[in-house]
Design a protein around this ligand. Structure first.
Ligand code: GLV
Length: 327
């Protein structure tokens, strides 16, 4: 039996040592970018020419221009991310190119960070830290100093998008004795029932929840899912956490809502025009801002890279991809 022609695999970033070892074990040629943060667009368009596989980052836009640059040799695009809104999946499908992502290996790390944002915003951790460091005001214990939301005394968490990461967030909330509500989900099943999660339509969830945490993918349906109207439904004192994708939230509306007290606080790991952050958000004390580090656990990042490489390897070897995004 003949071995399918392997072709060249291009990695659009500098892989970790562990990922490098896996790449070294592949039968075909491999090229890798020099920087761990990825490549300039023009460099990527040039390096992808004639490749059979592309292992890429969520910051790489995989569109018709890139597919044209790659040419007909390209058989698989393996995103090192669970979200794949950076990839024109329809254009890939039309050209017979398999698209894969990395589901299941980053759920716990991402939920850890979402819960860290929930606690940091609810209990005003970053604001209070800045206050102590500023040394500006002498302070002593007082009943009204940095008072925030009681998380474990019956606060309600609203999960928008009850997939794997949403469920991992719910497990953490259960350990904190929170009431948990979520938007309807086809995939939640038995675990949602075991965790006692109540299902509510989005407007009711927004009204009911003290903290709303977003875990849905970015699609045309979820772009600006949370805008001025939804923030008004959340109400004063409530908290928004977004570790999913920035454009799910209307960032200008969020900045206004945080400034005028429509909602109490927000914890954001993702931004509408990443890496740019709305300037009004930068000036507000009641928002915690992180540079898209949801899955940034050491072992998690290795698992993501290994799964992306394995997806590319499988397609080049003529095997089914372990985690394709195609329906
Ligand atoms: C990170 O944002 C991912 O989609 O994996």
């Amino acid at each position: 039996m003949s071995t399918p022609n392997q072709g060249r695999l291009h990695v659009s970033f500098r892989p970790s040592d562990r990922a490098r070892q896996a790449l070294d074990g592949l039968p075909g040629p491999v090229t890798c970018a020099a920087e761990p943060s990825g490549q300039d667009r023009s460099e990527l368009l040039s390096d992808v020419r004639g490749a059979a596989a592309l292992v890429c980052l969520l910051t790489d836009r995989v569109d018709a221009e890139l597919l044209d640059a790659a040419g007909p040799s390209l058989r698989v695009v393996a995103n090192m991310a669970v979200g794949h809104d950076n990839i024109d999946v329809a254009a890939c499908t039309a050209r017979g190119i398999t698209v894969t992502n990395t589901p299941g290996v980053l759920d716990e790390a991402t939920a850890d960070l979402a819960f860290a944002l929930l606690l940091a915003t609810s209990r005003r951790v970053v604001e209070a830290d800045a206050f102590v460091r500023s040394g500006g005001e002498p302070w002593s214990w007082r009943p009204d100093l940095f008072v925030g939301l009681d998380v474990s005394s019956g606060a309600t968490l609203g999960i928008v998008g009850l997939g794997r990461i949403g469920l991992a967030m719910a497990r953490r909330a259960r350990a904190f004795d929170m009431r948990i509500v979520a938007t309807p989900s086809r995939s939640a099943g038995e675990e949602a029932a075991r965790l006692g999660i109540e299902t509510l339509p989005l407007p009711d969830l927004l009204v009911t929840s003290d903290v709303v945490s977003l875990h849905c993918p970015l699609t045309p349906d979820t772009r600006h899912l949370i805008g001025a109207k939804e923030l008004r439904l959340m109400g004063p004192g409530s908290v928004l956490v977004n570790t999913a994708r920035g454009p799910i939230v209307d960032e200008a509306a969020l900045a206004t809502a945080l400034a005028d007290g429509t909602i109490g606080a927000a914890g954001l790991d993702v931004f509408e025009n990443e890496p740019a952050v709305h300037p009004d958000l930068l000036a507000l004390p009641n928002v915690v801002l992180l540079p898209h580090i949801g899955s940034a656990g050491r072992a998690t990042r290795d698992r993501m890279a290994m799964l992306a490489i394995d997806n590319a390897r499988a397609v080049l070897a003529g095997e089914p991809a372990p985690t394709p995004v195609h329906p």
